[in-house]
Design a binder for this molecule. Structure first.
Ligand code: CP3
Length: 322
């Protein structure tokens, strides 16, 4: 379940309070291991995802990153002409993340998959340029048009950083990795090709050179009609489907190419009831019987209700037996 370790769980809030800051939690292997295992213990999911954040990569490259409680991430300003990043220090600075990966793998039941992850270059760039989350990614989209060469240089750094970061996670024990491109939907056709497909293709290719057979799930949120091109051209093994996607389109044009993962609207875990049941059934009806990893179409929110997660799982597991 996307963002399965988080504030909707009381046991997470307890560890988070003990850790102090969110980033301290990410960088303390014992605590990161504990919060990764919490949803597995409680719900018995088939896969665990490493507890960390996509913004540890810009931080390990030397940009200042911090989280304001109740607001979200903040990053120090970056000058595209002189970004002053330190890619050579990345893997060393992220050592606590790899330590967490090996501890999690050792603690998980052998049949439970462990996913590592990173943010896709375009999504990271939207935070690195704006210095925070933005509803429309306007600062980054302006930079793409006003300083294409500067953007390309930054993308190159992020592609190389992502290859090294994901390779180290796989070597530490992750079974597969996921590339989160949360803001993929904010670009025009040319931008999607240049800033979503092309960098992801380079990461997948570079990663398989470092770790032969590396398995990668892409999540280009908002990709819509670009999904078939995205899977064909990037070479991902499976693709995450956001909750706005057309299920008929996915069944006809994406599932024949690759297994899909998704796509329940996380709001159903806030509201529950018969609407939740119907939404689960609809996904199984449209995408079931073909390669499908049932998941949310975006992360569970802090107001998600644990009882609704249990209800969703009961419905799914019941359907599996029918
Ligand atoms: O799925 C998991 O359980 C693994 C953990 C995970 C987190 N972030 C933990 C987190 C993963 C996979 C992410 C990815 C991530 N981080 C993305 C891509 C996926 C998506 O949701 O779109 C993005 C865009 C980020 C950046 C980020 N991190 C933002 C914008 C925020 C603030 C918003 C918020 O919910 O507070 C975060 C913080 C964050 N990352 C939290 C968690 C559990 C909440 C921090 C807290 O405990 O206070």
């Amino acid at each position: 379940m996307m963002r399965q370790a988080g504030r909707y769980l009381p046991e997470y809030r307890q560890v988070r309070a003990k850790a102090g800051s969110f980033l301290d939690l990410c960088y303390t292997p014992d605590l990161a291991t504990e919060v990764t295992l919490q949803p597995i213990r409680r719900f018995g999911f088939d896969a665990a995802i490493l507890f960390s954040d996509i913004l540890v990569v810009p931080q390990a490259l030397g940009q200042k990153v911090w989280f304001v409680d109740g607001e979200g991430p903040r990053l120090s300003p970056i000058d595209l002409a002189r970004p002053g990043l330190e890619p050579e220090r990345l893997v060393e600075r992220l050592a606590p993340v790899f330590e967490a990966v090996s501890r999690i793998r050792a603690a998980l039941p052998p049949e439970t998959t462990l996913l590592g992850f990173c943010g896709a270059p375009w999504t990271l760039l939207t935070y690195m340029i704006a210095g925070r989350g933005t509803p429309d990614q306007l600062p980054a989209r302006k930079a793409v048009l006003l300083d294409p060469a500067g953007v390309d240089r930054l993308i190159d750094v992020l592609v190389e950083a992502s290859i090294g970061y994901l390779a180290a996670q796989l070597r530490a024990g992750a079974d597969a990795v996921q590339i989160f491109d949360t803001w993929a939907g904010g670009l025009d056709d040319a931008g999607f090709q240049r800033l979503v497909i092309e960098p992801t293709r380079r990461i997948v290719e570079g990663l398989r050179r470092e770790v032969p057979g590396a398995r990668v799930i892409g999540f280009p949120k908002g990709a819509g009609g670009h999904l078939p091109t995205y899977v064909r051209e990037t070479g991902v093994n499976a693709v995450g489907i956001d909750w706005q996607a057309s299920l008929d389109f996915v069944r006809d044009h994406v599932q024949p190419l690759r297994p899909v993962q998704g796509n329940l609207d996380p709001l159903h875990l806030v509201t529950g009831g018969a609407a939740l049941d119907a939404a689960v059934d609809r996904i199984l009806d449209r995408l079931g019987g073909r390669p499908l990893i049932f998941n949310l179409g975006h992360g569970i929110t802090p107001d998600g209700d644990i009882d609704n997660v249990t209800r969703m799982l009961g419905r799914l597991r019941g359907a599996g037996q029918r």
